[in-house]
Design a protein around this ligand. Structure first.
Ligand SMILES: Nc1ncnc2c1ncn2[C@@H]1O[C@H](COP(=O)(O)OP(=O)(O)OP(=O)(O)O)[C@@H](O)[C@H]1O
Ligand SMILES: [Mg+2]
Length: 267
């Protein structure tokens, strides 16, 4: 039994300044520790939930929190505890940052100035890059990497940091099967070897479903929450992705087939 809550929301609603209600009546709780996936179609409020939990957006109504800390009242504590990989990182590609600078940032941001990398920081950054097979790129300019390689470096930056929660918003977007496998394997190993919970937004549960312990299905409100085999239910999946979505069973696992997921890999 989980003794602590990893993430919980109580009647959460979030509205953007243009009036768009991105989330409404969101109530759920997932226990700590977990490897949790947040799934749902485009515009279903996945990124909004993650940003609100981090205190980057304010609830219109209700509350959301991590490890029992409220996103509004305890924002600075939450920011210290969470390593966040946003869906669209604002790394300035005109600045010739090297891969090592990006990954070291994951350790230096939480240090007081002057932010000078110690040997320990460098060793942690190199080890994180090794986990996503990018260690030879240490001295390479980040803007020269391919999209998939950049994603691997951004995941390494999160792995190099410290804190009990890793929050990744679509880290597999724009990556090919090899990069996806490297990222998923690195997260799986990291989660099993460290006392760190992972909250991962993903379009496609299939690449990670053997690692995932809890799934939250969103469509601007909670459609389902629970263990993968419970939420991988034909009725819930159709509610989420429409009438053509279905579940297929293969080698004892249930795969979700939607128009926007990688079904071909599993046929
Ligand atoms: N900055 C914003 N201003 C206004 N509306 C927004 C803003 N960001 C998101 N929205 C709206 O809020 C809703 C939820 O968006 P959100 O980005 O959370 O969805 P998502 O599930 O992460 O989608 P995707 O799979 O495309 O990343 C959408 O209808 C979107 O148009
Ligand atoms: Mg999103």
């Amino acid at each position: 039994m989980a003794t602590e809550s990893l993430i919980s929301a109580q009647d959460l609603a979030v509205r953007y300044p243009n009036g768009e209600i991105a989330l409404h009546h969101v109530t759920f709780e997932v226990g700590f520790p977990s490897f949790m996936a947040i799934i749902g179609p485009n515009g279903s409020g996945k990124s909004t939930l993650v940003k609100t939990a981090l205190g980057l957006l304010k609830p219109l109504r209700g509350s959301v929190g991590l490890l029992g800390l409220d996103s509004v009242k305890n924002q600075s504590q939450i920011r210290r505890l969470v390593r966040y990989v946003p869906q669209r990182d604002r790394i300035e590609l005109n600045v010739p940052m090297k891969v090592k600078d990006i990954v070291l940032m994951g350790r230096l941001v939480k240090k007081p100035p002057p932010r000078v990398a110690s040997e320990n920081d460098k060793a942690a950054a190199k080890s994180a890059l090794r986990q996503v097979a990018m260690e030879e790129f240490w001295e390479r300019p980040f803007p020269e990497l391919s999209g998939g390689q950049r994603q691997r470096v951004l995941v390494a930056r999160a792995l190099a940091g410290e804190g009990p929660i890793l929050m990744l918003d679509e880290p597999l977007a724009g990556t090919d099967a090899d990069s996806q496998n490297l990222i998923v394997d690195a997260l799986g190993v990291y989660h099993s070897e460290n006392d760190v919970s992972i909250i991962m937004v993903t379009h496609d549960l299939n690449p990670i479903h053997t690692l995932v312990r809890d799934v939250l299905m969103l469509k601007n409100t909670v459609v389902g929450v629970g263990a993968p085999c419970d939420v991988m239910d034909p009725g819930l999946v159709r509610e989420l992705y429409g009438p053509t979505a279905k579940i297929v069973e293969h080698s004892g696992h249930r795969y979700c087939v939607t128009r926007d997921s990688g079904v071909d890999r599993h046929d």
